[in-house]
Ligand binder design. Sequence first.
Ligand code: MG
Length: 159
Amino acid sequence: MRIGIGYDIHRFDGRRPLKVGGIRIPSARGLAGHSDADVLLHALADALFGAVGAPDLGEQFPSSQARWRNADSRRFIEAAMRRVRRGGWTVGNVDATVIADAPRLTGQKRRIVASISRLLGVATGCVSVKAKTTEGFAPGKAGMAAQAVVLLVPRGRTR
Ligand code: MG
């Protein structure tokens, strides 16, 4: 087995749509970033890359490169999953936390879990997404943060 951890944080930017976990979330504000700023998928990609000992997201998809401008972060997860599969692994389970005071994600969690489970090729029961507020502390209303832990298991082994 292999384990990986990922973390990310983005500031709010009023001009962009908000994407969390690969889906659009109804919100007056999106997040600033070079790609589509999907904070949860960035944390998840780093957890996957970390689990297989690959270079991190920023190293593989640098914001200095114009080709990743406004990039759909699902591409990052697909790239990470290619590394995972190449290593003979598959995802056992994912546990993630999104930290934000607004918007409240409680009503969106089921959609986010479905999106991530599709991207990883696992059952929805293998994906946990939790939403926490900061009770007004940083990043509070200024942005959103996310943490993700992933466990990889040898491909082909029943879980
Ligand atoms: Mg990021």
